[in-house]
Design a protein around this ligand. Sequence first.
Ligand SMILES: *Cc1c(COP(=O)(O)O)cnc(C)c1O
Length: 389
Amino acid sequence: MSEKAQNIISYGRQWIDEDDIQAVVDVLRSDFLTQGPAVPGFEQTVAAHCRVANAVAVNSATSAMHIACLALDVGPGDSVWTSPNTFVASANCALYCGATVDFVDIDLLTYNLCAKHLAKKLAEAEGLGKLPKVVIPVHFAGTPCDMAAIRDLSHRYGFSVIEDASHAIGAHYNDSVTGDCRHSDITVFSFHPVKIITTAEGGIATTNSMELARKMQLLRSHGITREPAELKAPNVGPWYYEQQSLGFNYRMTDMQAALGASQMKRLQYFIECRQQLANRYDDLLANLPLTLPHRPGNIRSALHLYPVALHDASQRRRVFDALRAAGITANVHYIPVHTQPYYQAKGFKHGDFPHAEAYYAGAISLPLHPGMTNADQDRVVKAISEALR
Ligand SMILES: *Cc1c(COP(=O)(O)O)cnc(C)c1O
């Protein structure tokens, strides 16, 4: 089918089926469009999958990270550390709260925040009295960070942990399901269309702490409560509510939640498709001058991305353009956050986090999403093989 052969193959995209569409249409015919019964239903579905006590759904992972920081009392004078190899939202959430941001360089096997670098930086920071309030490890490409090591450090140095698991719903680390918060205070997932499952826009924060969950529930909706037991003043009537903190309108809609709940039914299948494609890439690309993504034995990656690193970084632009010319929109993850002009203006410099910069220089994320066929994948392999010849 020559028409099919001309399709653009993008690095990631959603897979919506008729059940998903019906779930959204059902909400449109119901009484509730914004946060109604579908939101708690979706929260329960995600919490059950993650084996975690609470899940708080919001309109994006960015919003979830913001209210997660606020729930952990991040504010002016505090410092939050994250990976430079991430989307800017992982760092921006701390700035929203008036805190400062710093970064911990990555390890060159998984491209995740390196627990050894973290240990070293914490020891130095302790001497200077500048320990972070929160550390945000990012499960890059769907591969969980070394959470046991990070949790040990959090107990030793007294910081909280927010997992940015935007890439990683469905991942496992040892016998822990990502999102169970066994090694963290809060875990955040994103449901942007390129991620593992989608709600169009959307995110969720999971936690085993009732207190953190309640704080986040209030923050997502203006800091307002109607719960009789929570009211500070007398409850003067059924119309009465109280604003008790400075919250936001970060609510997820019932249409989004219904889509998410429907997508959750296919989470395992989506990951199996990604797994199969990744295994196939592993085989088909094995002899090219590329470093293929490493998958540690004690984890199951959700395989959001298939990032390859060119041995010769100077070829990256040429290879990227050759893929584009072949109708393949690869991508690059990530421009190190500290090299963004906004962060450079805060004093960060090129060279501050050399591993993240070295990895970025040769990085290309090849298309990987469950709707991709083997034929699509063969086209990608052919294009990159020719470009590297
Ligand atoms: C996508 C993404 C986010 C932001 O998610 P949104 O739902 O688009 O706000 C944050 N962190 C990482 C690592 C991401 O990939």
